[in-house]
Ligand binder design. Structure first.
Ligand code: ADP
Length: 454
């Protein structure tokens, strides 16, 4: 990998992550190209970039997922690299390959690395070779109802069926008894085939009250892989993260090194480079079990930045340019506590999306408060994409201080004209279980905030 400097980066994404990447590029003296759909003409990312190119109509398939339009925009603008952000094409190995063929650096791992880690069944194979711990379950894809029954009996109910190509909390079915297994297996396969174009399904033990703990890693092209500690993402609705924190209040430095070591081993197994996240479930005895790897920057990366002092997006761009990691494992020190609340345009009780015109907008601020968003006073939230508007991130010396700071910052937020989940966040923040840090991934349903998902 020759060491060069990008002169222009095209961002194949929208919203807050596009803004985040534009900011990192500006600080590095790199010009930026935003692409936007017709519905996103007034989005902040299209305004902040040095150049902005409309790549199609509102529908994602015709714009943010439209590979020929994105490549054409990169060619016309003379970009030399493409940052995919998260979601959209960020984990599409075919897109990374086309970028490569067209001589654009894809800011992320190689297509081959993405293929080895992107699909869950394949990733489990790699993780097994790297010596990571697993929940009891099928070694690979389950090929028949009989096989599902035999495996489930061996490990005991409840079990969870998971689509190999699943993501964003979709493609999973929890099964409590044998009678329900056949139907669940067949529908899971059908749904997986329709939603992800891959009917492969595997099965593992369903943990009743786990914590979701994930390790951030970053690796360069020179064989250096470093982990930047863990995030706890146990506050979930329908298996999707709502609040994230770093570090996990249950882990010690020794635990962190152990789990971090697993994440590094997995990355090394495929010679990974770029930013990535290795996700684990953790039981009551602090045993962790590999779930999956995300081969991209994640929504919740800021909490890691706050407690480590490492700018992950900047580092991601530096390593894509061929630079060595500017820090070693020994330099990574986790200090204090950070929490992120995802502020969505939705009804705070029913969670129904609530797009519309923002008639008044004012962000919180002050010591230890960070807002990563893309909306502003007078902006109209469009109904075509994810409902996340902004991420509110707070930092404090302790978790207690961070919790208080988050509560105060949420109360300062003014978003008029649409509904947001800010009242929901305030309720969660005042719940004793969350305050004590004894919550599990089932917390929101057990505490009655959301309907049970099964
Ligand atoms: P996705 O790719 O859709 O994000 P994951 O495999 O990362 O799916 O799982 C998302 C969430 O689903 C986890 O954080 C956890 O809450 C739940 N989950 C997944 N596997 C299990 C399991 N074996 N037992 C209990 N909960 C699980």
């Amino acid at each position: 990998m020759e060491l060069n400097k990008f002169s222009k980066v095209l961002i194949a994404n929208r919203g807050e992550i596009a803004v985040r990447i534009i900011r990192a590029c500006r600080e590095l003296g790199i010009k930026t190209v935003a692409v936007y759909s017709k519905a996103d003409e007034h989005s902040l990312h299209a305004k902040l970039a040095d150049e902005s190119i409309c790549i199609g109509p509102a529908e994602s398939k015709k714009s943010y997922l439209n590979i020929p339009a994105i490549i054409a925009a990169a060619e016309i603008s003379g970009a030399d690299a493409i940052h995919p952000g998260y979601g959209f094409l960020s984990e599409n190995a075919g897109f990374a390959e086309i970028c490569q063929k067209c001589d654009f650096t894809f800011i992320g791992p190689t297509p081959e690395q993405m293929r080895q880690l992107g699909e869950k069944v394949a990733a489990r194979d790699v993780a097994r070779r790297a010596g990571l711990p697993f929940l009891p379950g099928s070694k690979s894809a389950i090929e028949s109802v009989d096989e599902a029954k035999i495996t489930a009996k061996e490990i005991g109910f409840p079990v969870i069926l998971k689509a190999s190509g699943g993501g964003g909390g979709r493609g999973m079915k929890i099964v409590h008894k044998e009678d329900d297994l056949e139907n669940a297996y067949l529908t899971c396969r059908q749904e997986a085939s329709a939603a992800f174009g891959n009917s492969e399904v595997y099965l593992e033990k369903y943990l009743e009250n786990p914590r979701h703990v994930e390790i951030q890693i970053i690796a360069d092209h020179h064989g250096n892989v470093v982990h930047v500690g863990e995030r706890d993402c146990s506050v979930q609705r329908r298996h999707q993260k709502v609040i994230e924190e770093a570090p996990c209040n249950l882990l010690t430095e020794v635990d962190r090194e152990k789990i971090g070591g697993y994440a590094i081993a997995l990355a090394q197994q495929v010679g990974y480079h770029g930013a990535g996240t290795v996700e684990f479930l953790m039981d009551d005895n602090k045993n962790v079990y590999f779930m999956e790897m995300n081969t991209r920057i994640q929504v919740e990366h800021p909490v890691t930045e706050e407690v480590s002092g490492i700018d992950l997006v900047r580092t991601q761009i530096l390593v894509a340019m061929g630079h060595k990691l500017p820090f070693s494992q020994a330099d990574v020190k986790i200090k204090g506590h950070a929490i992120e609340c995802r502020i969505n345009a939705e009804d705070p009780t029913s969670f129904a999306p609530w797009p519309g015109h923002i008639t008044a907008y004012s962000c919180p601020g002050g010591y230890g408060v960070r807002v990563d968003g893309f909306v502003y006073h007078g902006y109209t939230v469009v109904p075509f994409y994810d409902s996340m508007l902004t991420k509110l991130i707070v930092y404090g010396d302790t978790r207690e201080i961070a919790l208080k700071r988050m509560e105060s910052a949420l109360k300062e937020f003014i978003v008029d004209g649409i509904r947001t989940n800010i009242p929901f966040h305030l309720k969660v923040l005042s719940h004793p279980e969350f305050i004590n840090g004894t919550h599990s991934t089932r917390f929101l349903e057990k505490a009655g905030f959301v309907k049970p998902s099964h």
